[in-house]
Design a protein. Structure first.
Length: 238
């Protein structure tokens, strides 16, 4: 049975990475969701893929790190998607955790590129510990130094290693990294049978991103991936 993730919530039905998007994924019966975390100026965890606001609100200059949580709560990131979402703001991680049932598997991605958030790993682990949410989840990042910091603070947390570009033998890189990696999360464009076989042979689960085409999904499942990240409800509910 694959474990498929609603990527940034159900982002075709509500503004990505917002409470309505996660609620829609939950209502669909998704087994797992993926979300991205960043830090505000006053060190609160908010959920957003982009470091800028401009894709969602052209009037807001600067980066998430330039604004306090109080200020971010006033920034509308919903209207660009649809007027019915006017007034929707970036949620905090805590607000997302509040609506997630314990049974829902989570992938929390530390969005440390291009901004490197000093201390984000510590704040994330403190939050997850306070919410008793250190299990039934994977913390992932393209920033593998961030994964190392998480491991050093809590070796029991499951880690996912993200890869954007095609690499030579990423399973060897993961095995030699000193990290106790549970899963490889490659860009789906270069995942083939060999990639999956080698990843498995080295003991890794494999979750490619982002797979919203049904034929490609079936092909990847045929290769033996453990699941995918998808924007398509018909895939992330499979
Ligand atoms: O975690 C999988 C995927 O979300 C990584 O890429 O750019 O969509 O955050 P991105
Ligand atoms: Ca992500």
């Amino acid at each position: 049975m694959p474990l498929n993730f609603a990527h940034r919530g159900s982002l075709t039905e509500a503004p990505e990475n917002t409470l309505p998007a996660f609620q829609k994924a939950i209502d669909h019966g998704a087994a797992a969701i993926e979300l991205d975390v960043q830090l505000t100026k006053d060190n609160h965890l908010v959920v957003s893929h982009d470091h800028k606001f401009t894709r969602f609100n052209k009037n807001v200059t600067g980066l998430i790190k330039d604004y306090t949580l109080e200020e971010i709560r006033e920034i509308d990131v919903g209207s660009a998607f649809g007027e019915e979402f006017a007034g929707t703001s970036l949620p905090t991680l805590e607000e997302v955790l509040d609506i997630c049932p314990e049974s829902l598997f989570l992938n929390i991605e530390v969005k440390n590129i291009p901004v490197i958030y000093e201390g984000i790993e510590h704040i994330l682990l403190d939050t997850l510990t306070a919410y008793q949410r250190t299990e039934n989840l994977i913390i992932s990042s393209f920033d593998h130094v961030a994964l190392k910091k998480v491991q050093d603070m809590n070796p029991d947390i499951d880690l996912g290693m993200l890869f954007y570009y095609r690499m030579l033998r990423p399973w060897d890189y993961a095995a030699n990294s000193g990290l106790n990696i549970r899963s490889l999360h490659p860009n789906q464009v270069y995942v083939d049978q060999t990639f999956v076989q080698e990843s498995k042979r080295h003991g890794y689960e494999i979750y490619p991103f982002t797979v919203s085409d049904f034929d490609r999904y079936e092909e990847l499942i045929g290769f033996g991936v453990d699941g995918v990240f998808s924007n398509e409800p018909g895939i992330f509910t499979k």
